[in-house]
Design a protein around this ligand. Structure first.
Ligand code: PLP
Length: 454
C-alpha cells in the first residue's frame, strides 16, 4: 500500500470518513483508490486492472466508460443545469423520464416521484403511506411489514425497514413501527424435512397470522426486494410473492417492490416483480436507472396510491415533501439516455441470454469445500461460505467470505462479501468471455482461500 507523504492515500487517511468501513482499520490500511473505468473493468491508482464483478454497488449496467451518458450530462449542464420541481415547476428531462418509467414498469403503475437515493425513496414511501392513510381517515394504519435480512437503505425510516443488525445496532433503529417477518431463504431457514412449497406455506401463514394478531387496520404496507440483495442474495421460494400479494391485498395492505437492485434486467426479467409474477402498488428503483453515473431514484405508484395522496394534498393545500434534487435535470437526462442504451443494446436480453453461462459456471463450484450454497438468478449471484452439513460459517462469521473477496481482488476480480456470502452482480454489458474470466478468477480465489483456511 502506498503511504507516501502527500499522497492521495495519506490525504484520504487524514481527512475522509468512509461508509461501511472500520475507520480505525482504515487508518492503518488506507484506501484502494480507483482511478478509471473501461467497459466492465476498472483500474486502481497503482495501475492494476480488475473486472468489476459487482458493477460498482450493483449498479453500473452500461459499464464504466459510456460516453453517451457523459454527453447527455454535459448537454443538460449547458442547457439547464438545475431546476426544481416544487410548486408546479417542471423541466423536460424529468417529464420525459417519468413518461419512460411509466412505459417500462408493469401496467397500472402510472405516476413517478423522484429522489436522490434509494434510502430517500424508501423514506418517501413510508411518508406517502402515512400521508395517504391520514388522508383516508385511518390514522392508525401506519405499520410496515418487512423481512429479516432485508436491505432498504440507511436513513431513519428506510434503515428501520432494513432487517440487518449491522445497520441498526447503536443507531437506535428501528425508529418507526415495523415488524420483520422471516427471511424467505429456504436453504437456511427451511426446517428438517420441509419441502420448498411447505416452507412458502409456513411463511405465508406467518404473514397472515401477524396481520391478524397486530390488526389489519394498523398495517400500512409490506415492503420487500423480489430477490434480496445486500442481505446476501436470496431468491424467493416458489409461490412466495403471489401469495404475499394476495394476503396483503385481502387486508388492504399496500405492497412495495423495492427494485433498487432488481430493476432493469438484473434478474433476467425487466423487473423482479415480473420475474416472480406479481404487480406491486409501489415500485422503487435506483442504481441501474442511471447506471449510478448520477444519483437518482424513482418511486412509481398505481392510481389507488396516487389518488389517495393527491386527494389529501387537495385537502391540505400541499404535499409538504420533496428534495432540492427531486427530479434533478442532469440526473434525469442521464437516466433517460441510460435507459435508451439499455433498450437499444438489449442489455436486459443480454442478462437473460448470459444467465445459464453465468449461473451454471458458478454452480460448478458447488462441491468446493468452502461453499455451503450457491444461489442467484439472471446476472446476480451469491456463494455462501459455510459448512455444507451444518450450514454454519467456518470460524468467525464473515471471515472466509472476506478472505475470498480479498484474494479475488488480487486475482483481478472485484466482488463483495455480505456477511458469509460472496456476492456477484456484473455490469449488464458483460460478454461471454468476461463471464468465463469471472469464473476463472473466482475459482483461483476460492482455491487460495481453502489453502489459507487449512
Ligand atoms: N433498497 C435496496 C434494495 C438497496 O439495495 C439499496 C442500496 O443498496 C437501497 C434501497 C438504498 O439505496 P441508497 O444506497 O441509494 O440509499
Amino acid at each position: 500500500m502506498n503511504h507516501r507523504p502527500n499522497s492521495l492515500h495519506m490525504s484520504d487517511i487524514a481527512h475522509s470518513m468512509h461508509p461501511y468501513t472500520n475507520m480505525r482499520l482504515h487508518e492503518e490500511k488506507g484506501p484502494m483508490i480507483m482511478a478509471e473505468g473501461n467497459g466492465a473493468r476498472v483500474t486502481d491508482s497503482e495501475g492494476k486492472e480488475y473486472i468489476e464483478g459487482l458493477a460498482g454497488l450493483w449498479s453500473v449496467a452500461v459499464g464504466f466508460s459510456e460516453t453517451r451518458l457523459a454527453d447527455a450530462a454535459y448537454a443538460q449542464l449547458k442547457r439547464l443545469p438545475y431546476y426544481h420541481s416544487f410548486a408546479h415547476k417542471a423541466h423536460e428531462p424529468s417529464i420525459r423520464l417519468a413518461e419512460k418509467l411509466v412505459e417500462m414498469t408493469p401496467e397500472g403503475l402510472n405516476r413517478v416521484f423522484f429522489t436522490n437515493s434509494g434510502s430517500e425513496a424508501n423514506d418517501t414511501v413510508v411518508k406517502m403511506a402515512w400521508f395517504l392513510n391520514n388522508g383516508l381517515g385511518r390514522p392508525e394504519k401506519k405499520k410496515f411489514l418487512s423481512r429479516t435480512k432485508a436491505y432498504h437503505g440507511i436513513t431513519i425510516a428506510s434503515g428501520s425497514l432494513t432487517g440487518l443488525a449491522g445497520n441498526q445496532k447503536d443507531f437506535d433503529l428501528p425508529a418507526i413501527p415495523v415488524t420483520h417477518l422471516s427471511c424467505p431463504h429456504f436453504w437456511r431457514y427451511g426446517e428438517e424435512g420441509e419441502t420448498e412449497a411447505e416452507f412458502t406455506a409456513r411463511l405465508l401463514k406467518e404473514l397472515e397470522d401477524t396481520i391478524i394478531a397486530e390488526g389489519p387496520e394498523t398495517i400500512a404496507a409490506f415492503i420487500g426486494e423480489p430477490v434480496m440483495g445486500a442481505g446476501g442474495v436470496m431468491t424467493p421460494p416458489e409461490g412466495y410473492w403471489p401469495g404475499v400479494v394476495e394476503i396483503c391485498h385481502k387486508y388492504d395492505i399496500l405492497v412495495v417492490s423495492d427494485e433498487v437492485i432488481n430493476g432493469f434486467g438484473r434478474t433476467g426479467a425487466r423487473f423482479g416483480c415480473e420475474k416472480y409474477g406479481f404487480t406491486p402498488d409501489i415500485l422503487v428503483t435506483s442504481k441501474q436507472l442511471t447506471s449510478s453515473y448520477m444519483p437518482l431514484a424513482a418511486i412509481v405508484v398505481n392510481d389507488k396510491v396516487y389518488n389517495a395522496i393527491a386527494d389529501n394534498t387537495a385537502k391540505l393545500g400541499n404535499f409538504g415533501h420533496g428534495f432540492t434534487g427531486t427530479g434533478h435535470p442532469v440526473s434525469c437526462a442521464v437516466g433517460l439516455e441510460n435507459l435508451n442504451i439499455i433498450e437499444e443494446r438489449d442489455l436486459m436480453g443480454n442478462a437473460k441470454r448470459l444467465e445459464p453461462l453465468f449461473q451454471d459456471g458458478l454452480r460448478a463450484f458447488a462441491d468446493h469445500p468452502l461453499i455451503g450454497e450457491i444461489r442467484g438468478v439472471g446476472l446476480i449471484a451469491g456463494l455462501e461460505m459455510a459448512d455444507k452439513k451444518t450450514k454454519q460459517p467456518f470460524g468467525k462469521p464473515g471471515t472466509v467470505a472476506a478472505k475470498v473477496v480479498a484474494l479475488a481482488a488480487e486475482e483481478g476480480l472485484i466482488c463483495r462479501n455480505v456477511y458469509d456470502t460472496v456476492a456477484l452482480c456484473p455490469p449488464l454489458i458483460v460478454t461471454e468471455d468476461d463471464i468465463r474470466e469471472i469464473h476463472t478468477r473466482l475459482g483461483r480465489a476460492l482455491d487460495r482461500a481453502l489453502e489459507w483456511a487449512k
